[in-house]
Design a binder for this molecule. Structure first.
Ligand SMILES: *Cc1c(COP(=O)(O)O)cnc(C)c1O
Length: 460
């Protein structure tokens, strides 16, 4: 299994290279040269078995099946539920796919726990150490901190937008107590953090000096790991049934993983709703074929406050018929003028993709949280509510599977304000509240971040 950059630069690389690099050197995203055809899960196949097979197919000959099974077991041992991603029924043919049973109570754990194991495996084998750099809108950072804490092969640097994430989200990354986890609070929004991370990856001298790697959803391994729970849901609800997945969307990583699962033959076709909050970039892309530069708007669902969803690039690569030159021209144009439009062929392919996007505002999100509380007696996080409201907006004949991406207790302020009840943090997470937080505040400036990383690496 080989990987290429969506922007066409460089050569084909192995899974190991694509995984450890994160972003491709030309600024594109690694994607498999072709989608492996994977046997769909049989009824009752365990999560660990599905994960080993799916990740094994993407890893090709870089990781043996036995080793992959061991890494998967280590990764998902930290989950509080045996099925890893259990389904919770909320209505006739309506289910929540709960992705928040990992150590930091959000779906980012599902991919990050296994990425950390895979990194450690490759690096220990090579006798090497590298630097992981990531920008977080709230949940990725905590998941990375929890997954990599204490691993000797990796230093992790996490940039979060100062004051724009919930205190619990912040604590999950700043209170690990591990000295290989470094936190920077940036004076800017998530897109500023993401832009700095992207610039640092493009800086070849810096990239080589600190041996840079990325675990944002730009990393293919994230997408591969997330495709597993779509397959697991198909297996659990009936391999012959048609499912509709409704995905709360920020960077479009989770939604893309459903697309990938379908392309690999793991689903009965693809029916997907990508539900965004007031940050409407994906809606414009689907409705008008236009990508427009915007500023992020703060909402009740902060992990989705993203103006430029990076994984849209992987879908656009597909709808352009994998024409890397065309994709590069599209993004170069966007970079210059802040706007780009798909041609008729790509617009047509996008409208036939089985994916549609819609936007749910804060008022609708709050109403949906109240409705879910009244109907099911459960407190749901605002991100999950965006998807649930999206599902109601477009009825379907299929079995509806709504992704529940975080535990309500991760957003206690918002949940209490809307419902009037404070969600309780699971016992296993309480340790994070006791420990001291460690982070450094930095200006929204590329060079300040670059220098801070260099200094820390020299000191370690
Ligand atoms: C990251 C995140 C999302 C958005 O997922 P993407 O893959 O970025 O689209 C949704 N909900 C929660 C709770 C998240 O942490």
């Amino acid at each position: 299994m080989k990987y290429v950059s969506t922007r066409g630069g460089g050569e084909e690389v192995s899974f190991e290279t694509a995984c450890l690099a994160g972003l491709a050197p030309d600024g594109g995203l690694y994607t498999p040269v072709s989608y492996p055809q994977i046997a769909p899960p049989s009824a009752g196949e365990s999560y660990l078995s599905i994960a080993s097979r799916v990740l094994g197919a993407f890893a090709g000959d870089t990781i043996s099946p036995d080793t992959m099974a061991t890494l998967v077991e280590r990764a998902y041992g930290s989950f509080a539920h045996q099925s890893v991603t259990p389904l919770f029924q909320v209505g006739p043919d309506r289910w929540l796919l709960e992705l928040h049973h990992g150590p930091t109570l959000a779906f980012k754990d599902v991919a990050m726990q296994i990425i950390a194991q895979i990194y450690d495996h490759f690096l220990t084998q090579r006798g090497e150490r590298l630097t992981v750099l990531c920008a977080t809108s709230g949940d990725t950072g905590g998941a990375a901190a929890a997954a990599f804490a204490g691993l000797t092969s990796v230093d992790v640097f996490i940039l979060h937008p100062f004051g724009r994430i919930s205190p619990i989200q912040r604590r999950f990354m700043t209170s690990t107590g591990a000295d290989n986890i470094h936190n920077f609070a940036l004076d800017g929004d998530f897109d500023d953090s993401q832009a700095i991370v992207k610039s640092l990856f493009r800086d070849e001298a810096f990239r080589n000096e600190v041996r840079l790697s990325g675990v944002n959803s730009i990393n293919w391994t994230r997408i591969a790991a997330q495709s597993v729970y779509f397959a697991a849901a198909q297996s659990a609800l009936g391999t012959d049934r048609n499912l509709r997945f409704v995905v709360p969307t920020g960077n479009f990583g989770d939604a893309l993983a459903a697309y990938v699962a379908a392309r690999c033959g793991l689903l009965n076709g693809l029916e997907l709703v990508s539900a965004v909050n007031a940050n409407r970039t994906m809606v414009d892309l689907f409705a008008e074929g236009q990508l427009k530069k915007r500023s992020a708007i703060a909402t009740h669902s902060p992990a989705m406050d993203i103006a430029l969803p990076s994984n849209a690039e992987r879908l656009l690569y597909e709808v352009m018929g994998r024409d890397a030159a065309k994709l590069k021209a599209f993004y170069d144009g966007f970079g210059q003028s802040g706007e780009a439009e798909l041609d008729a062929q790509a617009k047509g392919a996008l409208s036939c993709s089985g994916i549609r996007a819609l936007s749910i505002d804060d008022t609708e999100t709050a109403a949906e949280m109240k409705r879910l509380f009244a109907e099911t007696g459960t407190l749901q996080c605002p991100h999950t509510a965006v998807a649930s409201a999206g599902a109601r907006a477009y009825p379907t004949q299929s079995v509806d599977v709504i992704l529940s991406t975080a535990h309500a207790a991760k957003f206690p302020e918002t949940v209490e304000e809307i419902i009037g009840e404070l969600p309780l943090l699971p016992k296993r997470s309480e340790a994070f509240l006791q420990r001291d937080e460690v982070f450094e505040r930095l200006p929204n400036d590329l060079f300040a971040v670059r220098e801070a990383i260099q200094q820390r690496i020299k000191a370690s």
